[in-house]
Design a protein around this ligand. Structure first.
Ligand code: FEO
Ligand code: CA
Ligand code: CA
Ligand code: CA
Length: 612
């Protein structure tokens, strides 16, 4: 296996001083970390501040009524900030001198937890107690928000009457484009064209494209469909995507399209990457089928040396795969409209990680065995609709749940957050070195041209081959977790578990957001945001900047261009408890209100960049 962390770390130990007590922190991040303990509220490194900017129910669209917990309506929720914020993209508004003080925040709303939205519900009875009106509120609480934000006198605020303000929900009209658009398997009673979907759901992570749009992922869409999939013509497809007729939501009781016994093809209209133009509030969002259909965690675009767009995207389920899409055409910086079509034509690849440190990208192209008629694929549309089955046939490497996959703009390497996999019971395959792997790891992919430092303009992201190594293996280095970090982690850093989202600062440092889920209590550490050098003497030494309140996971880290602000999303505070007996009431701490997911702006009172 690739043992990168240890080789450099051993050198770092020698560099960082000989005598105990005389050692200095080898990380380039020198802030004093907050306590690595679970708390009712958030915690931030000393010398930093963390301000809640917006949360569930706050107005997004002008004229929206105030959040009324006792009278929630779909109409009001459709103008309010949705719940369970995940991905955040920051897109500057074109006021050159203030591009880090004025911009658009594009925020995903992944899912709804009804037991924390209304009184009188528990996880076990919410399905039967759900009403049509409540289900409509849940649908409106999903999707995406675009808000305009400004910084004045050090503080961020939301512009209340912005012309950019927008909500996208589970019922917003969305165009379907690319090779699968219009295919018979995407047609339903409500859409006989197969090109007009309604809504986007379970939007987890995403990315900002180099041409100024946002990509948002449809992840666990299988949990929204009632009805027995086995009797449908899509039985094999639905089974491979995990549809079992035992949904998390009762929507199918009230809306036929979420019942596969009545509308067997509706699930085929989810599981895609959706492109949004936040600068045009009237632009119809587009599902880009060329990027494949699976439980997309996110999608992040890097430019190949040729100028072609390469979108890295992971399928976040145990033993699923890592993908990249390479556009046929080149990005043209001056032609924004042309770039809007880049993700419709190109080649989708899936990763095979060989144990010798080589990564082979296998093309998912119809017409060549095994992706042909003999295996039931009649066209490229079939390959895209059933991407997982096509990847199985090519012999892709089953991964430990790929979450964010993102190219580092400084060194050109691609970092893969593999969150965990307790269903891995087979041996070491190198790129997934532990089985089971309850704490996750971070892989570093080195495309051609990214072997050295600072070569981001000449990287072969489109290349069919790359090399790989392990950056870190998460878990407690002082316990029997087989963790692997910089050896000074216990002394100068904080261990982490379940890496999920990531971002890079202008020095190329990796910022990792974690999501331990129900294992937060067992691990007895909060989820949070960790900064980590990927080069130099502090490589693979994570340092905690921000810790989430109890029950929450950390999502969406997004820097302003000058790095003076780091936005992050606190998702599902109080998860595992109920509206009636919440485990925290973050961020309001009002005895009449449940916890609310919200976006936090991390800044420094001295105005300096984060981590300087
Ligand atoms: Fe929604 Fe993969 O986390
Ligand atoms: Ca995630
Ligand atoms: Ca990211
Ligand atoms: Ca997550």
């Amino acid at each position: 296996m690739g043992g990168g962390a240890m080789g450099l770390a051993a050198a770092a130990t020698l560099l960082s001083g000989p005598a105990a007590g005389a050692r200095t922190n080898p990380s380039s991040l020198k802030f004093r970390q907050p306590p690595h303990r679970i708390s009712d509220t958030h915690q931030i490194a000393s010398g930093y501040r963390a301000d809640v900017l917006i949360g569930w129910g706050d107005a997004v669209v002008a004229g929206t009524p105030a959040h009324d917990l006792e009278n929630q309506t779909a109409a009001a929720q459709s103008g309010q900030f949705g719940t369970n914020n995940d991905f955040i993209g920051y897109l500057p508004l074109p006021t050159e001198s203030r591009q880090s003080a004025h911009g658009l925040l594009c925020v995903n709303h992944e899912y709804a937890n009804a037991e924390l939205m209304w009184p009188g519900l528990t996880r076990s009875d919410k399905f039967e107690k759900m009403t049509a009106a409540m289900a409509a509120v849940e649908m409106a609480a999903h999707g995406h928000s675009v808000i305009e934000v400004k910084r004045h006198a050090g503080r961020w605020s939301v512009t209340s009457d912005s012309r950019f303000a927008r909500r996208i929900t589970a019922t917003t009209p969305i165009r379907i484009s690319g090779p699968a658009a219009g295919h018979a398997r995407l047609k339903t009673a409500a859409d006989t064209t197969g090109k007009q979907a309604l809504g986007t759901i379970n939007n987890c992570a995403g990315g900002v494209t180099p041409w100024g749009t946002v990509l948002i992922a449809e992840e666990n869409f299988h949990g929204y469909f009632t009805g027995d999939p086995e009797g449908t013509p899509e039985a094999m497809n639905h089974a491979r995507m995990g549809l079992k007729g035992r949904p998390w939501y009762a929507w199918g009781r009230f809306d036929a399209r979420f019942d596969v016994s009545r509308e067997p093809r509706e699930p085929n209209r989810f599981g895609w990457i959706v492109e949004i133009d936040p600068y045009d509030p009237n632009a119809v969002p587009v599902k880009r089928t060329a990027l494949g259909r699976f439980k997309h965690e996110g999608a992040n675009v890097a430019l190949d040396i040729s100028g072609r767009a390469v979108a890295y995207t992971g399928d976040d389920q145990a033993n699923e795969y890592l993908y990249k899409f390479v556009s046929k055409d080149r990005m043209e910086p001056a032609r924004r409209d042309a770039n809007r079509r880049l993700l419709d034509k190109g080649t989708l690849f899936v990763a095979r990680f060989d144990s010798d440190g080589t990564l082979i990208w296998l093309p998912l192209t119809w017409g060549t065995a095994p992706l042909d008629q003999a295996n039931g694929f009649a066209s490229q549309a079939d390959v895209l609709i059933e991407t997982r089955r096509a990847a199985d046939l090519l012999g892709a490497t089953p991964m430990d749940r790929p979450e964010d996959v993102e190219a580092n703009p400084v060194n050109g390497r691609v970092y893969v957050m593999l969150t965990n996999n307790t269903r891995r019971d087979f041996g070491d395959d190198g790129a997934n070195p532990r089985g089971p792997n309850p704490h996750g790891h971070v892989l570093e992919i080195i495309p051609p041209g990214a072997e050295g430092e600072g070569a981001n303009n000449s990287v072969g992201h489109a290349s069919p081959q790359a090399s790989w190594r392990i950056l870190l293996k998460a878990g407690d280095p002082s316990a029997a977790h087989d963790a692997e970090y910089h050896p000074a982690t216990a002394e100068f850093g904080s261990w982490l578990a379940a890496p999920d989202n990531c971002a890079f600062d202008n020095h190329g440092r990796l910022w990792i957001a974690t999501d331990q889920g129900s294992k937060q209590r067992r691990n007895n550490i909060p989820d949070g945001l960790y900064g980590c050098d990927v080069a130099g003497p502090g490589r693979a030494l994570p340092r905690l900047l921000f810790a989430c309140p109890k029950g929450a996971e950390m999502c969406g880290p997004a820097f302003t261009p000058d790095n003076t602000t780091l936005f992050c999303a606190v998702q599902h505070p109080g998860e595992g408890s109920t509206f009636d007996a919440p485990s925290t009431r973050w961020p309001d701490f009002d005895p009449r209100r449940p916890p609310r997911a919200g976006v936090v702006a991390i800044t420094r009172p001295d105005g300096k960049p984060i981590g300087e």
